[in-house]
Design a protein around this ligand. Structure first.
Ligand code: SF4
Ligand code: SF4
Length: 420
């Protein structure tokens, strides 16, 4: 997809805000650094050349306003020189791989967008590195497209991640639907690679780390724990693709593949789009049709409706679904019949019905105690509920409120002042 006229690049990362390096009316070229982190984050880069029209708050997918850089594409296609690359992912040292991941502004998408460089420097011994090719939910094909069409780049990044972490074993986990890929992928592997390809059932949410590790090695990952606690490092396909490009081609992370679907677009598909592309521009480019009454940020089960088309695509935007009728109101909601299905399907072993009840009554402390922050927003509970209760939506609201209150408390704490 061609780069749009305007981009909205959020300067927010988990836990902190970036420092913009550009000012209003400043001209930039593609690949130029636009903002850098205060602490543990990573920089962001211009996906294309153009002029900064503003540095101001912009709406994010959570409904919050975050500082953003507004960039007007001048169509010149001018880019900054690429960094030097390596022909072989085992040539750079582990430290050089981590440094390039940081310099190239690559997030670990599966870890909520923390810097990939952090995930490549685990603090506990890692036995197995896993490339998670099972992350897709129905309709969402962004990662599969990379596996099918850009496998060499993904493998480059994955080999580098294995080297950086120093694990003796590695697994590429695929859904059974991708079994035809095995021959092609295997051809790229050599005896030097300690990589095996394993096929898992094609069911949702197989890609969740708890399910993934249980299926691969029978490991019971404790709820809320990182795979590193049981000796695993798990990476998603988009992250490994970005690492491959950064190391081989010297390119920063500026674009990602997004699935665009729904009856609001005439040309649904998987598009490589620049970070910061406004959802409205994405709709136009995919052939907006009819009146779009609901835009969903994410997949049909885990996604959430957003209130504006003036939100820029981010590193974690795997899909955008556009509907002419709001799908969430098609199922009539009735009272809970206590069937327990939502509890049976929850991969995080939560009790969605109780979490949702606490959220409905704004009992945020009890929702937190019941594990609201452990919910992975997979949407399985809402999907199976025979009475159509909006369980995941209520739990997401609780998560949002709990985190907002924590942030407010942190902001109200007196700050230490250095005494001369
Ligand atoms: S969305 Fe529902 S099923 Fe999925 S983790 Fe959260 S509570 Fe459990
Ligand atoms: S699945 Fe729906 S009806 Fe059944 S217990 Fe959960 S909330 Fe209640």
């Amino acid at each position: 997809m061609a780069d749009p006229k305007r981009l909205i690049l959020a300067c927010a990362q988990p836990g902190h805000q970036l420092n913009p390096l550009v000012k209003k009316r400043e001209r930039v070229v593609g690949g130029q650094r636009l903002a850098e982190p205060n602490g543990e984050g990573f920089p962001i880069y211009a996906p294309c050349a153009g002029t900064v029209t503003d540095v101001a708050p912009a709406l994010s997918s959570t409904g919050d306003f975050v500082l953003a850089i507004f960039l007007e594409n001048d169509g010149s296609g001018e880019t900054a020189p690429a960094l030097p690359g390596w022909d072989d992912p085992t040539d750079p040292t582990p430290e050089a791989i981590r440094l390039r991941a940081l310099e190239a502004g690559i997030p670990d998408v599966a870890r909520g967008g923390i810097a990939l460089a952090r995930s490549l420097a685990p603090t506990t011994p890692i036995q197995t590195v896993v490339l998670n090719g099972c992350t897709t939910e129905p309709l969402v094909q962004a990662e599969r497209v990379l596996l099918h069409h850009e496998w060499e780049t993904v493998l480059f990044g994955f080999r580098a991640a294995i080297r950086a972490i120093g694990a003796p074993e590695a697994i590429v986990a695929l859904s059974v639907a991708d079994r035809p890929l095995v021959g092609t992928l295997s051809q790229s592997l050599t005896e030097r690679d300690a990589i095996t390809i394993e096929i898992l059932p094609d069911r949702y949410p197989q890609g969740l780390e708890r399910y993934l590790l249980a299926a691969l090695r029978g490991v019971d990952l404790p709820v809320g724990e990182d795979p590193a606690t049981v000796g695993f490092a798990v990476f998603d396909v988009t992250t490994m693709h970005a690492l491959g490009r950064a190391l081989r081609d010297g390119q920063p992370f500026t674009h990602r593949v997004v699935t665009v679907a729904g009856d609001g677009v005439a040309r649904p598909g998987n598009y490589r789009v620049p970070l910061g592309m406004p959802l409205g521009a994405l709709m136009e480019a995919a052939g907006r049709q009819g009146t779009i009454r609901q835009l969903v940020w994410g997949g049909p089960l885990s996604g959430t409706a957003v209130a504006s088309e003036e939100i820029g695509v981010c590193a974690n935007t795997r899909a955008v679904l556009a509907y002419q009728q709001p799908v969430s109101f098609e199922v009539p909601t009735t009272d809970c019949i206590r069937c327990g299905r939502c509890i049976d399907v929850c991969p995080e072993r939560l009790s969605p019905i109780y979490l949702a009840r606490y959220a409905e009554h704004k009992r945020w402390d009890e929702a937190e105690a019941e594990g609201a922050l452990l919910c992975s927003s997979c949407g399985a509970c809402s999907y199976v509920c025979p009475t159509g209760r909006p369980l995941v939506q209520s739990i997401q609201l609780a998560r949002y409120e709990i985190l907002r209150q924590r942030e407010a408390e942190r902001a109200s704490q007196p700050k230490e002042v250095a005494v001369p």
